[in-house]
Design a protein around this ligand. Structure first.
Ligand code: GDP
Ligand code: MG
Length: 472
């Protein structure tokens, strides 16, 4: 049998829900003739074959004389379906055994297993959705927090597609004007301003600013999608494990009064201010004058340092009962920790309030990991510090109608469009002829077209859709 490939139009099927124990599951089918194929393994073949679009038929899936499951089949007729093709969703009972048995029946009936993202690929090919909206469906599926979900939904509703369409429209106007001049002999039509200047220059400058604003949205979007690594650091016994547990809302990390209790780092996923965080508790960083830690703890401390280098945010804890020490000062003075956003936390405020004025004239957040005092303020500060760090070079200024980028692919293409447009403006500044400027404008236009899929190749599409999950 030939290797299945995207775009071969054969009837496909896939389990669209997560496999495992559940009340119900959904198997999705698409492709010309798929209702006919299903009717061969269905208890009411005539009813299914004659079913209109967007209707539901109840019955049993059978193999020979054996009933496999009682199901509801949602029938779709083209073009009114997700893929634009004839389709059927089988709502069956959950659990791995049932889904597996039904998939076997479907394969025997002539369906093949869908490739990753193949339903979406077909939806794109059939003009149902553009790439930004299809990718947002994937972002929605992968959203880890409510805020991530809300942002993906904005793209699904078409905000990004609209902004890209508007920008393409602008570039097309500029290009059309430039080409008008190119078509005429210079003696018949004189260029506005200096010879070689770009007609529609103001439009191009406006478009460039909008592109930069759009590119600037990625830092923040990335934060909500991919999350951030927050590392809790500080001297032994500062209360790092206590804070880790308090933020998690459970006793995950061991807390004792014995310095050096945490020897290896522990990571857990939490959501703070809608940002998915990988929070890590680390072994305490001992000072020079303290007893040499044993071998295991020494490795733990080394790992703490490595984690600190990868961190997006450092939560540096001071043991308030012992005060701000030379070791703390030494840590904060290190260049590695100066580049990463850092929050200075004064812990154990329940027994040792933050002195006024605070030591070293530094800004501390006062809290108690034990009583929970100050934790709400800490969460706000964490979200603020990460958002500030993710603002990007232009401070993350909002783009038109709240459009925001959803993935690295889109970011790279917006950057490419901006660079090409900038090049066009530079060429115009140098008084180059329109023949030399126009290709840069076209390149910007093509890069934007790739974002929505108006410009695409089989290779580009396969790369995109193969990252989707099976059944999507
Ligand atoms: N009073 C008080 N004690 C705390 C607080 N946070 C931690 N501790 C105590 O400090 C000791 C060390 O805590 P732990 O979380 O293991 O510190 P780590 O070594 O930095 O992980 C334990 O006895 C904790 O009960 C706090 O906010 N207030
Ligand atoms: Mg600890």
């Amino acid at each position: 049998m030939a290797k299945p490939c995207y775009g071969d139009e054969s009837p496909i099927a896939a389990l669209a829900t997560a496999s495992g124990e559940s009340a119900l599951a959904l198997i999705r089918c698409s492709g010309t003739g798929c209702v006919e194929l299903l009717s061969k393994v269905f208890s009411r073949p005539a009813k299914l074959r004659s079913a209109g679009g967007n209707t539901i038929v109840h019955g049993w899936i059978r193999r020979g004389g054996e009933s496999i499951d009682e199901v509801l089949i949602f029938v779709y007729r083209p073009p009114r379906s997700y893929t634009g093709e004839e389709g059927a969703d089988i709502s069956c009972h959950g659990g791995t055994a049932t889904a597996r048995a039904l998939m076997d029946v479907l394969r025997a009936a002539g369906f093949r297993d869908s490739l990753p993202g193949e339903f979406s690929f077909r939806a794109f090919i059939n003009g149902k959705l553009d790439l930004t909206r299809l990718e947002s469906v994937m972002e929605l599926v992968q959203a880890k927090t409510g805020e991530g979900r809300r942002r993906a939904l904005g793209r699904l509703s078409g905000r990004l597609r609209e902004e890209i369409a508007a920008l393409r429209g602008l570039l097309l106007e500029i290009l059309a004007e430039a080409e008008l001049y190119l078509d005429y002999d210079e003696t018949e039509l004189s260029l506005p301003g200096d010879a070689g200047s770009l007609p529609g220059r103001e439009k191009a400058e406006g478009a460039l600013e909008r592109l930069r604003n759009l590119a600037g949205t990625w830092g923040r979007e990335r934060l909500y999608q991919e999350g951030a690594l927050a590392v809790i650091a500080g001297r032994p016994n500062a209360g790092k494990s206590s804070l880790f547990n308090a933020l998690l809302g459970e006793d995950r990390s061991i807390v004792t009064e014995i310095p050096g209790t945490t020897r290896d780092w522990i990571e857990a996923a939490v959501s703070i201010g809608g940002i998915p965080l990988r929070l890590t508790d680390t072994a305490g960083l001992r000072g020079a004058g303290e007893p040499e830690p044993d071998r295991v703890e020494r490795i733990g401390v080394q790992r703490s340092r490595e984690l600190l280098e990868q961190a997006d945010l450092v939560l540096y804890l001071i043991d308030g009962s012992r005060g701000f020490q030379d070791d703390d000062e030494a840590f904060l003075a290190k260049p590695a920790s100066r580049n990463t956003p850092l929050l200075l936390l004064w812990n154990k405020a329940d027994i040792a309030p933050l002195p006024d004025p605070p030591p070293g004239g530094r800004a501390f957040l006062s809290l108690s990991a034990k009583t929970g005092q100050g934790l709400a303020g800490l969460c706000e500060a964490v979200a603020g510090a990460l958002e500030g760090g993710a603002g990007g070079e232009n401070g993350g200024s909002a783009s038109r109608n709240g459009a925001a980028l959803g993935n690295r692919r889109q970011k790279e293409l917006v950057d490419r469009a901006a660079a090409a447009l900038e090049e066009a403006l530079n060429l115009a500044d140098r008084g180059e002829a329109l023949e030399l400027i126009a290709p840069s404008l076209r390149e910007a236009l093509d890069a934007l077209g790739e974002i929505t899929g108006e410009v695409s190749t089989a290779e580009i599409l396969e790369t995109i859709f193969s990252k989707f999950c099976v059944g999507k």
